[in-house]
Design a protein around this ligand. Structure first.
Ligand code: CO
Length: 509
């Protein structure tokens, strides 16, 4: 395209059509990724990796080509002259941001990082198997070195950790995150001690039994559908690690996982992923491929899954509707288990050394210690070789548990070997956003609990859709939370939510 074309056609329309073309290629690569996790035969691993890497190179080239004829530059100049407002402004700024992130990292660095990642993950898996951190240490050190380089390329004002956080939660900084997460920590540690001292004891074994997978699949489908997931624009399968993936607003799929002896295991994952999927199904179809049709950030995404999984999915009113149905589907053991007791089991607080099994009270402490450690690793105030010692000390101090081994300690999560630094905190932001949004929703719909109890969940889905989903990236995370709740992200609502709920369950004074 020549300069002349740019001045004659409407540049913003050209940008949209280029972005949509890229999105179609991305969509094809997502289908292949989904297939890889769900259906692909074992022997196809290498061939699929080649296909995906070829596609991703193609997409990258197309992205770089966005500005080859200075289309993006022109749009940005026009924007600075005040030619665009609102939607168009968000579209240009977000595209520019993505474009810059792609161009700031030299190709050689990206290749080095991707090679290191596959090696590091392999060595991490081996180290975890043998429960020996020293096998992973040299790879972690290389990873930290390269991540610091990434931060330098991306640019930051104060801490290299700022640059990495900003990739996952745009606008977030290490300082802001520290302030918010310290508040949570100062609240949670004494709160957990109170729960530990409570005389109320909950026996989680009472919900265990024999649950044929086929029956579980049926029940999980029923729940996802009931809370608003559109099965004509989606599909549920099973995989080892549950995930949600979007090809288009009309094809948002997710996976869950099953345990034969525990019906609640799959339900938790299903409701969580349904929350993610509802967000994706709620994005506007006409904005497909552009930032206006994309979720805001990992933290906001996680707020949607966490709200359905915890604030709603572990509430008494949710189960007032679903428990009789669960009892009917699985009379053993639920028929003889009163709902009030079941509710306590669903919400049982158990400090443990495994993050993915953590309850609502202890979960954020797992995240906070990871945040503190990775921030120090990036800022150079902690050496990787000392990380396990610090890990175990923090587990003791925050959760009161003794880590039995590296495997169940510092080696439990895949993230660092996968090059994901500045990712963990988004899980906690998700919990805090969820509580803050949920409080706002309750204010708007005072009889929400009663609606849940009679099986009416679409009111909540519609509220989330109108307040959050349809906007795509028209707002930043901070603007959105301010718009919807009247405040910036803080932990007040999360604290109030936990106090109200767990004081009742554990009879706290
Ligand atoms: Co999630």
């Amino acid at each position: 395209m020549s300069e002349n074309d740019l001045t004659n056609a409407i540049p913003i329309e050209i940008l949209k059509s280029r972005l949509k073309e890229i999105a179609l290629f991305s969509s094809a690569s997502y289908v292949l990724q989904w297939d890889q996790e769900v259906h692909m035969p074992k022997k196809a691993v290498e061939y699929r990796a080649k296909t995906l890497s070829e596609l991703s190179a193609l997409i990258h080239q197309k992205y770089l080509a966005l500005d080859r004829d200075k289309l993006l530059t022109l749009l940005k100049e026009n924007l600075e002259k005040g030619k665009y407002a609102d939607d168009e402004e968000a579209l240009i700024l977000e595209t520019w941001r993505n474009y810059e992130q792609r161009t700031k990292l030299p190709e050689a660095h990206v290749r080095e990082l991707s090679e290191l990642t596959s090696n590091a993950q392999h060595h991490w898996a081996e180290a975890r198997k043998q429960s020996d951190f020293s096998l992973f240490l040299p790879w972690l050190e290389k990873m930290i070195f390269l991540q610091k380089k990434t931060a330098k390329y991306l640019g930051y004002k104060k801490s290299p950790y700022d640059a990495l956080l900003d990739v996952n939660e745009p606008g977030m900084t290490a300082d802001k995150a520290s302030k918010i997460l310290n508040d949570v920590k100062d609240f949670l540690i004494p709160f957990l001690l109170k729960i530990k001292k409570s005389k109320i004891k909950v026996d989680a074994k009472k919900t265990k039994g024999e649950f044929p997978i086929l029956n579980q699949i049926g029940f999980n489908l029923f729940v996802a559908k009931k809370i608003g997931y559109d099965l004509e624009a989606g599909k549920i399968d099973s995989s080892t690690h549950p995930f949600t993936i979007t090809f288009h607003q009309t094809d948002v799929r997710f996976t869950t996982r099953f345990k034969e002896n525990d019906a609640l295991y799959a339900l938790g994952s299903t409701i969580h992923e349904t929350g993610h999927a509802l967000y994706e199904q709620g994005l506007t179809e006409e904005d497909f491929g552009t930032p206006l049709g994309e979720a805001i950030s990992l933290g906001i995404h996680e707020s949607q899954s966490r709200m359905w999984e915890n604030n709603i999915g572990k509430s008494l009113d949710f189960w007032k509707y679903f428990y009789p149905k669960l009892q009917k589907e699985f009379p053993k053991p639920f028929k003889k288990l009163p709902m009030t007791e079941f509710y306590k089991i669903v919400n049982k607080v158990t400090p443990s050394f495994i993050r993915t099994e953590a309850d609502e009270v202890t979960y954020n402490l797992h995240i906070i210690m990871r945040f503190e450690i990775e921030k120090e690793l990036m800022e150079g105030t902690l050496e990787a070789k000392n990380a396990p010692k610090v890990w175990n000390q923090k587990m003791q101090k925050y959760l009161g548990v003794k880590v039995p081994s590296d495997r169940l300690g510092i080696l439990q999560d895949v993230h660092w070997s996968g090059g994901l630094f500045g990712y963990f905190p988004t899980y906690s932001f998700g919990n805090l956003y969820a509580a803050q949004f949920y409080a706002a929703m309750l204010k708007d719909i005072p009889d929400l609990a009663k609606r849940f109890a009679r099986g009416e969940f679409l009111t909540a889905r519609e509220w989330l859709r109108n307040k959050i989903h349809v906007h795509g990236k028209r707002y930043t995370a901070d603007e959105l939370v301010l718009e919807v709740t009247g405040e910036s992200l803080n932990s007040k609502y999360f604290q109030e939510y936990l106090i109200a709920k767990y004081s009742k369950i554990y009879n706290l004074k």
